[in-house]
Design a protein around this ligand. Structure first.
Ligand code: ME8
Length: 631
């Protein structure tokens, strides 16, 4: 049996997943389902990337520990994937022990093979890309070209990975394996980049504590990209090199958007070369899903109302629209009006009406699926077209052309509609033509069964509904003509895509009601020692000045006076306090927290507050001198 291992990126948990993440995950899901249909043994990975600086900062903004924040966010991704019918075999969290142990083992191997050394690094860093920006990309404003946020200047002693050593082997690999990077545009971009020369990359951070420690120097944590990329093998339990690892590595397809193809097509293969492991077979990068021409972004707050569209049109229509409308390698603008049009034309009209019409005729004239006793005009053509459609579909899926794949299936659907029309089957109920009528209806039902198999990777729920309605008790996954048993009782046929009228679709979606915050349970496990508690240095301070943080609705930048010194602190309280209302207040500050840069603004501490449905600042019952220690 062939195997097929497909992955999505593991997504940062610094915000909730949006339609861009859904797009990659649905495409990978369609691939995984397609390969299962073909009989391959499939392993489909998705998951979350938790040790990032942007995740740490988001946790601080919410006043949670990074781990507690990740524990809150990971289930949001899991729930969305369940809702979207994603058939992943694993949901990898990088805070899991399996991943941590695997990542450390991998680093040990690179070290043992002589590809890690110590050096000093200086440069501008984007906390959202988690990458140093090269001289070439740096603008005068020192703004990240992708996220449009201020870059941070970083200077520290780091470990480096000898990426430059692999330049020639990478070039050779990409030249010798034309399908390694898909599509061609990305491949050319990478070749250009490679030809301009690769530099070694810094792979450790000494200034951070949120991450996986270096196995041979616990003062440093592993740079997020090195750690994150290794997830593709740690998820197979690389640490113990068990059966799953031997069955599925190397991966068949790493899927992602073009933003991160360079990490996957250069850094990751070089790391694998260093470890003497086989390389993934294909790095597949799709374009950006945009809204009014701008890429969706958690960092920049550009979203699509995916939830509203799913409520109006259903999961399958949403999945169908994403894969049918956009050409995989190119950018595509998400337009609710196009989703509406495709829903009515392709799903409700072409497919839904065909099913209804055929079931109606069967119910009116026969007792279940009729026998195909009387071949006639068009029958052979239809049968041949069914097989040809399956073959073309295979070609398109191999080329990641989901739009062409669906168009091919829809040509067949429209052909069956024409067959019903051309044969005027509804006029054949007279005794002398009834056997022919039965044959045409059998062929139409068999075509619908055949279609349901072909569409099942993209719209699995619809595929099942179709087979249920034509009377099959169990889903038949085989795309071979003539498998539909005669005599099955067909259902009356509920519309599988009820019409959504234009007015309803155009109404603005009601905003989801704010979810009441869940009461946090008191923790009686994970106790901390008194000594640990004493490590916290809490001090009384007074707010001297406060102002909003540009581009962050929830944040305020405060200047506080601790008696002996003044500090700047960023607090996620702007929805509950105006800047003016804070000035002069006494507050309690955690003063020995690692500094963090939140939305480009440095925060040198954290303010304590009660946090539930609202947020209320903590203070002492009476005023005391600034700098007083709070215990
Ligand atoms: O980059 N259009 O995580 P991330 C299409 N943790 N796809 C989009 C998109 C858009 N507008 N926005 C996001 C990371 N995506 C790292 C990955 S992997 C070892 C580590 C999808 O949360 C797309 O797949 O920023 C893109 O590559 C990915 O989300 C980036 O997710």
């Amino acid at each position: 049996m062939s195997t097929f291992y497909v992955t999505t990126p593991i997504y940062y948990v610094n915000g909730e997943p949006h339609a861009g993440h859904a797009y990659t995950t649905i495409a990978a899901d369609a691939l995984a389902r397609y390969h299962r249909l073909k009989g391959d043994e499939v392993f489909f990975l998705t998951g979350v990337d938790e040790h990032a600086v942007n995740v740490y900062n988001a946790a601080i903004e919410e006043g949670l520990s990074p781990q507690a924040y990740c524990d809150k966010m990971a289930p949001i991704f899991i729930k969305l994937w369940e809702r979207l019918n994603i058939s992943n075999d694993i949901f990898l969290r990088t805070t899991s022990d399996m991943h941590k142990r695997g990542a450390q083992k991998f680093l040990n191997v690179l070290h043992a093979n002589g590809d890690i050394y110590k050096g000093a690094y200086k440069g501008y860093y984007c906390a959202s890309c988690e990458e140093f920006i090269t001289e070439k990309e740096l603008t005068d404003e020192k703004i990240c070209p992708i996220h449009k946020i201020p870059l941070q200047w970083l200077e520290e002693e780091n470990y480096f990975f000898r990426l430059s050593k692999y330049q020639d082997r990478l070039l050779a690999h990409i030249h010798e394996n034309p399908d390694f990077v898909y599509p061609e545009a990305r491949r050319n971009e990478l070749l250009n980049f490679l030809e301009s020369g690769l530099q070694d990359v810094s792979i450790s951070r000494a200034s951070l504590s949120w991450g996986i420690p270096f196995p041979f120097d616990p003062e440093h944590i592993i740079y997020i990209w090195i750690e994150a990329l290794s997830n593709y093998i740690t998820a197979l339990d690389y640490e113990t090199e068990g059966e799953r690892y031997h069955t599925f590595w190397p991966a068949d397809v790493h899927m992602m958007a073009k933003d991160i193809s360079r990490f996957h097509a250069l850094l990751w293969p070089a790391m694998l070369m260093s470890a003497n492991l086989p390389l993934p077979k294909q790095i597949v990068a799709h374009g950006w899903l945009t809204k009014d021409g701008e890429a969706l972004s958690k960092t920049r707050g550009i979203f699509i109302d995916m939830d509203g569209d799913i409520v109006t049109y259903g999961i399958d229509a949403f999945r169908y629209y994403l894969l049918r409308e956009f050409s995989f390698g190119n950018d595509g603008d998400y337009r609710p009006a196009r989703l509406h049009a495709r829903y009515n034309a392709d799903l409700a009209n072409d497919l839904g009406n065909l099913l209804n019409r055929v079931l109606g005729l069967v119910n009116k004239n026969f007792d279940g699926v009729p026998e195909p006793t009387t071949p006639g005009e068009f029958d052979d053509e239809i049968k041949q077209m069914a097989q040809a459609t399956a073959a073309k579909l295979d070609e398109h899926i191999k080329a990641f052309a989901f739009d062409a794949a669906l168009e091919t299936i829809w040509e067949f659907i429209r052909r069956i509609n024409r067959y019903v029309q051309q044969t005027q089957v509804w006029t054949l109920a007279k005794p002398e033509t009834k056997p022919r009528m039965g044959t045409i209806l059998y062929n139409s039902l068999e075509a619908l069964r055949f279609i349901s198999v072909l569409i099942s990777p993209v719209i699995p729920e619809t595929a099942e509904k179709i087979q249920e309605q034509i009377g099959l008790a169990e889903f038949d996954t085989v795309a071979e003509w003539g498998r539909l048993p005669v005599g099955l009782t067909v259902s009356k046929g509920e519309p599988i895509f009820p019409r959504v009228d234009t007015k309803k679709a155009q109404q603005p979606q009601p905003k989801a009601a704010a979810k009441p915050k869940q009461k946090q349970e008191l923790k009686t496990t994970d106790l901390v020692s008194f000594a640990d508690f004493q490590k916290l240095d809490l001090r009384l301070a007074r707010v001297l000045a406060a102002e909003p943080v540009e581009g962050a609705d929830r944040l305020l930048k405060l200047q506080v006076d601790l008696g002996t010194e003044k500090r700047q602190v960023v607090a996620g309280i702007a929805e509950h306090y105006t800047a003016d209302a804070l000035i002069g207040k006494q507050v309690i500050v955690v003063v020995n927290l690692e500094p963090a840069t939140i939305r480009g603004v440095e925060s040198q501490g954290m303010i304590l507050a009660g946090s539930g449905d609202s947020v209320v600042l903590a203070t002492l019952e009476k005023e005391m001198p600034l700098g007083t220690q709070v215990r």
